[in-house]
Design a protein. Structure first.
Length: 422
């Protein structure tokens, strides 16, 4: 379709401004689905300019272009700009269609996704569940639009630590996407990547790896090896190789992902914070601690540029830095990072306040083993501190996560092992 529209536009004397705006809009949407976000942005902005020259800002077609641009900015990681455009679109859609219309649900789903990316999981859940109720009211639960919304809900439940709920929603979404779009469609690959991430968090790394290999091939075939989507999928695959212990393959994939992203984006882009954190943790597993600290500090710089000081991404990066510093024996530096992470998490309503305590517990458990082997008098001290930290972590996860959360299972297991070794 794209070549036909582009040929039409070379004969623009045949079209008035509104005709041109329609064609620019179609081009922008088409390039979006091909993953060429910068061309999509270019044509959508041209359509927006033409529409605004002829209509006021309440015109529903303008709102649709704003929403499409919000989707573009979300996919290139410009979440603040995406939220701005989508909130404008949602106000216009609510005014034009009403709060309970399926078109309003469409915008709410996109906006809910953006709130997830910026770490406001509660607001994300509110928007997505509202959209879900609208879709269920107008369609069946098995309708592709209901399933599309369910896939986004699954991603939020993953972030909230409710992995069984996330797994249920994303597995159902994958079956529906394979039936509706086919097994080799990029939209199917999108669901596969998110489901594989849930499997990884559930400890099913091998299952995650097999799924991701399929998604990588879909993106390779449809988008090419220099696409953002391919880079995104192999970064997830690299993280899974890390969990399996295949360190060399993990580093190879993550560094390839970084190289691809660098060909599309500036190196202070938000996506680099995520990948550098994973790679920094891989190098820690490899005991290449200097490289780990270098990458994690760079990740912290990127994250601090894009997120507020009390954002979960900041806290997680601080925790990662603490883990590497503990491994190096730089305990004072590690404790400083942990204290900063605690301050970040206590300053907001985060569900992840347990993380610094679990890291501290791991440190004390490690020190207790060293003390036991060397008959050091500090054995009881470290064992006691480990139990204290794990108890705090368990109390937090029990209050904030569902009973079947993997976080509760993991921390309780550590407590049981600590008690059993007494």
């Amino acid at each position: 379709m794209i070549p036909h529209i582009e040929v039409f536009l070379t004969r623009d004397i045949l079209f008035n401004d509104i005709n041109k705006a329609e064609l620019y809009s179609e081009l922008g949407i088409s390039y979006f689905y091909l993953g060429n976000y910068y061309k999509s942005e270019k044509f959508l902005l041209e359509a927006l300019e033409l529409y605004k020259a002829h209509y006021n800002n309440d015109y529903v077609r303008i709102a649709e272009i704003l929403a499409r641009l919000g989707g573009v900015y979300r996919n290139i990681g410009n979440y603040q700009e995406s939220r701005n455009f989508l909130e404008q679109a949602l106000r216009a859609y609510s005014k034009h269609y009403g709060d309970d219309h399926i078109e309003t649900a469409w915008i709410s789903t996109y906006l809910g996704s953006v709130y997830r990316h910026i770490g406001d999981y509660n607001q994300s859940l509110i928007l997505l569940e509202k959209a879900q109720s609208i879709y269920h009211k107008n369609y069946s639960e098995g309708h592709i639009k209901s399933i599309w919304n369910a896939a986004y809900l699954g991603q939020v439940y993953k972030n909230l630590g409710n992995y069984p709920k996330a797994q249920e929603l994303l597995e159902r979404s994958l079956l529906a996407y394979e039936k509706h779009y086919g097994s080799n469609h990029t939209k199917t690959a999108w669901v596969i990547v998110h489901l594989s991430s849930v499997y990884r968090h559930l400890g099913l790394a091998q299952k995650s790896k097999e799924l991701l290999k399929k998604a990588v091939e879909i993106y390779r075939h449809n988008n090419g090896e220099n696409s953002i989507e391919f880079a995104w999928s192999i970064a997830h695959l690299g993280a899974t190789h890390k969990d399996i212990g295949e360190i060399d393959e993990s580093i190879k994939l993550l560094e390839t992902s970084l190289t691809i992203y660098k060909s599309h984006l500036k190196e202070d882009h938000i996506i680099f914070g995520w990948i550098l954190c994973i790679l920094g943790n891989v190098y820690r597993d490899q005991m290449n601690y200097d490289q780990s600290i270098k990458l994690l500090q760079k990740a912290l710089e990127v994250n601090e540029k894009h997120y507020s000081r009390n954002h979960i991404k900041i806290a997680y990066t601080l925790c990662d830095l603490a883990s590497t510093n503990f491994a190096l024996g730089y305990n004072n530096d590690a404790l400083e990072y942990i204290n900063k992470a605690v301050a970040v998490l206590d300053d907001g309503q985060h569900l992840y306040k347990y993380k610094p305590y679990e890291i501290l517990a791991d440190y004390h458990l490690s020190e207790s083993k060293k003390s036991e082997n060397s008959m050091s008098p500090y054995y009881d001290y470290h064992k006691s501190k480990a139990k204290e930290c794990l108890t705090k972590a368990l109390d937090i996860v029990q209050k904030n996560f569902p009973n079947n959360s993997a976080h509760i299972t993991r921390i309780q297991s550590k407590i049981n092992k600590a008690i059993a070794s007494d």
